[in-house]
Unconditional design. Structure first.
Length: 121
């Protein structure tokens, strides 16, 4: 268990009750900034542009998982909990063996924990 500010959190593989909490977790993304790619003399540049009202992106549940040899392989799931046991967030990852790459399939942080520092040291 790690304490950051007044919040204690910990990470683990999901327990039986975590799957429903992961399924219903609000994994939307809200931003008040977008980036525009522009051509520059030495390549390209990113220009930050504020937007009003903020943009909200909602991701459909169930898109994680890679198709290999005609079957769906579920990603490995890791969850973060508050000290009280409530789900604080999760990350779903898969492994690509041909190039030894770990792929983040899905990641979400519960709304009360967004924009806050978290360190698992």
């Amino acid at each position: 268990m790690t304490t950051v500010g007044d919040t204690a959190t910990g990470t683990a593989s999901p327990a039986a009750g975590d799957m429903e909490a992961v399924r219903v977790l609000d994994d939307s993304l809200t931003t008040d900034t977008v980036f525009r790619v522009t051509v520059a003399e030495d390549g390209c540049a990113l220009r930050e542009i504020p937007v009003e009202p903020p943009l909200i992106k909602v991701f459909p549940y169930g898109r994680a998982g890679r198709r290999r040899r005609g079957r769906r392989e579920p990603p490995a799931l890791f969850v973060a909990h508050e000290a009280a046991g409530d789900l604080a967030g999760f990350v779903a990852v898969s492994y690509s063996g041909w190039n030894r790459r770990l792929i983040t399939e899905n990641i979400a942080v519960a709304p009360p924990h967004r924009g806050r520092e978290w360190d698992a040291r």
